[in-house]
Design a protein around this ligand. Structure first.
Ligand SMILES: Nc1ncnc2c1ncn2[C@@H]1O[C@H](COP(=O)(O)OS(=O)(=O)O)[C@@H](OP(=O)(O)O)[C@H]1O
Length: 312
């Protein structure tokens, strides 16, 4: 049987101020223990002794698709008191999964210490009609994170993902211009999902029937790309977490063109290549039309959330 050296929580949390060693060792220990458990080398008793439990999320990144949800989750996971569900669970937006019940959902969560908080992200939650009520029924005081990007850029990013999927299957696909503009009226095609998803205020209004605005935190996805730390510090505050993520944990990788994550001197990682795709060039008149279309919805969004963005 493997001999495991526990790393003890300090003041109910891991880590020493400004040091990344302890949180990392704690994480490594936790992962190592689970790995050994799966291999049959660690007993259930050891798991129990170290008080590891699978917890229902206390916060969920509900969207927006292509807003930077993965980057946000991975970056928050740098915090020693946060554990992430690695996969998108799609519990609340998928009827089949939802029918499996809350215990099924909990069992999908990673093991964590009781003082830690679990976070999951499923970007489809934001736009799926049934989700707010379902989440409310589970926990009416849950914290909800929404990461948004300039709506036209987000729509193009959304299109780019679908286009890449088609190309992978050697299929042709319409141009973004054709999908986003109705050829009969020459107006913005609001039936096109990539456009609809970017009307943030419409979706948020549905959520507000269940949750007060104070339970939401809006993350600026464009700023998370260029200057992630201040955005993460705002989230730490919203989640009532002590500030632990530092500039040390984030370094700019010029080859990737994005910030990557540093856990310690030996362990760092960038997001997968499917994040940060090159967008196709889009006709400037279409961009202008879309920006004009989104403008009043954006104004409403700023008004409701109390967070203003410099979107054109
Ligand atoms: N650090 C870092 N590294 C890589 N990518 C980053 C990062 N921060 C934000 N982003 C942006 O995240 C965009 C993908 O958003 P999502 O993760 O929400 O996509 S998804 O809905 O889960 O498919 C993705 O959008 P595209 O650039 O359009 O591909 C990225 O721009």
């Amino acid at each position: 049987m493997l001999r495991l050296q526990p790393i003890c929580p300090i003041d109910g949390r891991f880590g020493l101020r400004g040091q990344d060693e302890i949180p990392l060792r704690a994480l490594q220990f936790k992962r190592g223990l689970l790995h050994e458990f799966r291999k049959g080398n660690a007993s259930k008793e050891q798991i129990r002794l170290h008080s590891l439990v699978q917890q229902i999320p206390k916060a969920i990144i509900i969207g927006v698709r292509k807003g930077g949800t993965r980057a946000l989750l991975e970056m928050l996971n740098l915090h020693p008191a946060v554990v992430k569900a690695s996969q998108e669970i799609h519990f609340f937006d998928n009827d089949e999964n939802y029918a499996k019940g809350i215990e099924w959902y909990r069992k999908k969560m990673p093991f964590s210490y009781p003082h830690q908080i679990t976070i999951e992200k499923s970007p489809a939650y934001f736009i799926t009609e049934e989700v707010p009520e379902r989440i409310y029924k589970m926990n009416s005081s849950i914290k909800l994170l929404i990461i948004v990007r300039e709506p036209t850029t987000r729509a193009i990013s959304d299109y780019t993902q679908v286009l890449e999927g088609k190309e992978r299957k050697n299929k042709t696909y319409y141009k973004f211009e054709k999908l986003s503009i109705d050829p009969n009226t020459c107006e913005v095609n609001t039936k096109y999902k990539a456009v609809r998803t970017s009307i943030y205020t419409k979706h948020l209004e549905r959520w507000l029937k269940y949750f007060p605005i104070e339970q939401f935190h809006i993350v600026d996805g464009d700023r998370l790309i260029t200057e992630p730390l201040p955005e993460l510090q705002l989230v730490e505050k919203f989640l009532n977490l002590p500030p632990r993520i530092s500039q040390y944990n984030l370094y700019f990788n010029a080859t990737r063109g994005f910030y990557c994550l540093r856990f310690n001197i030996v362990f760092n990682k960038c997001l997968a290549g499917s994040k940060g795709r090159i967008h196709p060039e889009v006709d400037s008149s279409v961009i202008t039309k879309l920006r004009k279309f989104f403008h009043p919805f954006n104004q409403k969004f700023y008004q409701i959330t109390g967070r203003t963005f410099n979107w054109p």
